[in-house]
Design a protein around this ligand. Structure first.
Ligand SMILES: [Mg+2]
Length: 226
């Protein structure tokens, strides 16, 4: 069996820091807008910029900057823009913190062929994968711009992976679960305690997808499926 893992919020913590960065950004723009208005405008800006910048912390910094200029009508100071850059740097410079049981779980299923498929900024994601110390455990590592049906089809074809032997494990229904099911593969949903709005609107999908409380339950499920 070929078991592929998502990375952010599946193997290591990520979204919790984006979440705390939102709170800091709301505080920065409090003189001009309510927290809800800041979040709504930032999300709009991120969605508009997705096709320009793709995912990741650098895109997030640019969208925060644009939102700050818009909401303050250009009054935001250079010092405050500097603070936004610092918030982005803190995300990029964050040391990798693996989620519970990751190493143990990868050990227990090491007799299967393991892949890593993550989306986001190519340079930043490769740096995080290297820092994680997990790279050697994966047969193939793919950093992709988007995780949709076309991307999975391309990646599986590239590495000659038969879809009926493929299992994708991740925290996002939108990116890790639904496209793989649509292709005829299997997927396991392991929710993270924070979900970005963009990844969150997909709960009524009508598919029978196993949902695990944590990765520790994965090896038993994989053995059941083998
Ligand atoms: Mg993820």
């Amino acid at each position: 069996m070929i078991v592929a893992f998502d990375a952010d919020d599946t193997l290591w913590h990520n979204e919790d820091q984006f979440d705390s960065t939102h709170r800091a950004f709301e505080a920065l723009l409090a003189p001009w807008a309510s927290a809800d208005a800041v979040d709504a405008r930032l999300y709009e800006t991120e969605m508009r910029n997705l096709a320009r910048y793709g995912y990741g912390a650098k895109s997030f910094m640019l969208s925060m900057t644009e939102t700050a200029i818009d909401l303050s009508d250009g009054e935001i100071s250079g010092a405050d823009i500097g603070r936004i850059i610092e918030l982005g740097h803190a995300i990029l410079d964050r040391p990798i913190e693996l989620l519970d049981d990751v190493v143990d779980v990868l050990d227990r299923i090491a007799h299967h062929t393991l892949m890593l498929i993550t989306k986001g900024d190519l340079y930043a994601q490769h740096a995080r994968i290297a820092e994680s110390g997990l790279a050697d455990r994966f047969w193939r590592i793919e950093v992709v711009g988007e995780k949709d049906v076309a991307t999975y089809a391309r990646v599986l074809d590239l590495h000659r992976v038969p879809i009926h032997e493929f299992v994708m494990v991740g925290n996002s229904l939108r990116s890790d679960v639904l496209p793989v099911i649509e292709l005829g593969g299997r997927a396991v949903h392991v929710p993270y305690h924070v979900t970005w709005t963009h990844e969150a609107h997909h709960n009524d999908h009508g598919h029978d997808v196993p949902v695990l409380d944590g990765l520790r339950d994965l090896p038993d499920l994989i053995e059941e499926w083998t």
